[in-house]
Design a protein around this ligand. Structure first.
Ligand SMILES: NC(=O)c1ccc[n+]([C@@H]2O[C@H](COP(=O)([O-])OP(=O)(O)OC[C@H]3O[C@@H](n4cnc5c(N)ncnc54)[C@H](OP(=O)(O)O)[C@@H]3O)[C@@H](O)[C@H]2O)c1
Length: 337
């Protein structure tokens, strides 16, 4: 009889505190950013390529307006590869864009019905992870407590194996922890997917440090997006980026086979991205990245096979990051809402 357990091959996984516990491949392929609003053949091909390259974790969202392409890329891959089953690919989607959230039972728009529509677009009967995309991403949204109770229903109905959140600050997570204090049947989020990279490192007591400590205390896995933004996002000459790249180049010589220090081409970029992604992995982060390039996708998956960074190498990257505090997705992190 076929095993009902996922087979992610040799890809390392992180444990999720779901009920029952599950695990997630440490690196995910995102269909936001470059594929945003592209519900088309380009996204289908990129998802298909990512799976061919070895990714077993796909990160989508209702807001990206391309769940049908994600689902089609997956369907085509599974059809061609008889040895890989649906259960062997971890699929995430995120709740967004509800304009008239049902708090009265009079309308039909809520986290459960939104997931039903996602599942139809994805051609799936469940997702592995369903996240609230933002604490307050749209008009007329009720409080996190109301939405979270509906998120729990998606698990009870077998439509999501695990639930979590994204872009949540400590005060938003506290609402859910408080809900659990009054009812121990309330599940906690298994993941908080946030912008996280070297330029968001802080000393003790900073809000990000406190958030990560809160995650740890409550068994919430920190997932990152934007991890490679420090290498390319800001236009123009950025001395902090040059410094970070110089540090990564020095480390790449030791850990990336085939790295050529005399070059500064697309392959070099990929190697530096690998070192930065390895840094995230060793910090225990669940990484979500993306690429439109098949070769690059294979390298990203292969990052887990590079030798581990030493404590000294990690500290050099930490120091280069800390010297330049920077957030690239400012609007996802409002000071209050
Ligand atoms: N929850 C949220 O609110 C949220 C927000 C943002 C993103 N996300 C998720 O996270 C995923 C990844 O986000 P991200 O794109 O910001 O991740 P990222 O890993 O920081 O960046 C990946 C992008 O960077 C490009 N890139 C990598 N290295 C480069 C270099 N050296 N020079 C130029 N370009 C380079 C890649 O281009 P190539 O295609 O050329 O390789 C790719 O488009 C999204 O797709 C989405 O699924 C979630």
């Amino acid at each position: 009889m076929a095993s009902s357990k996922p087979n992610y091959g040799s890809i390392p996984t992180l444990k999720l505190n779901s009920d029952p516990p599950t695990s997630v491949p440490w690196i995910g392929f995102g269909t936001g950013t470059a594929f945003y609003n592209k519900d088309n053949e380009k996204t289908i091909a990129s998802v298909h390529n990512a799976l061919k390259a070895g990714f077993r974790h796909l990160d989508g969202a209702q807001m990206y307006n391309n769940e049908a392409a994600l689902g089609e890329g997956l369907a085509r891959f599974l059809k061609e590869n008889g040895s890989v089953e649906r259960k062997d690919v971890f699929v995430t989607t995120k709740l967004t864009n509800i304009q008239n959230y049902d708090t009265t039972g009079k309308t039909t728009e809520n986290a459960v019905t939104a997931l039903d529509k996602s599942l139809a677009r994805l051609q799936l009967d469940y997702v592995d992870l369903y996240l609230i995309h933002m604490p307050k991403a749209y008009a007329n949204t009720p409080g996190v407590d109301v939405v979270w109770k509906d998120m729990i229903k998606t698990v009870e109905q077998g439509k999501a194996k695990a639930i979590g959140v994204s872009n949540f600050q400590q005060r938003h997570l506290q609402t859910i922890v408080d809900l659990q204090k009054s009812n121990d049947k309330v599940l906690l989020p298994v993941v908080n997917q946030i912008e996280y990279h070297v330029h968001l490192l802080e000393g003790p007591g900073g809000p990000m440090t406190q958030l990560l400590e809160f995650h740890e205390k409550h068994g919430i896995v920190t997932s990152s997006y934007g991890g490679l933004n420090p290498l390319y996002k800001e236009p123009g000459q950025v001395p902090a980026r040059d410094h970070l790249k110089a540090v990564l180049r020095n480390i790449a010589k030791d850990v990336v086979p085939g790295f050529d220090p005399s070059k500064d081409d697309r392959e070099t970029e990929t190697h530096l991205s690998q070192v930065l992604t390895l840094w995230s992995k060793q910090k225990g982060i669940l990484v979500v990245t993306t690429t439109g390039d098949y070769e690059r996708a294979t390298k990203y998956v292969d990052t887990a096979n590079l030798p581990a960074l030493s404590a000294e190498q990690i500290k050099k990257i930490d120091d280069a990051g800390k010297a330049y505090p920077k957030r690239y997705f400012e609007s996802n992190w409002p000071s209050k809402d």
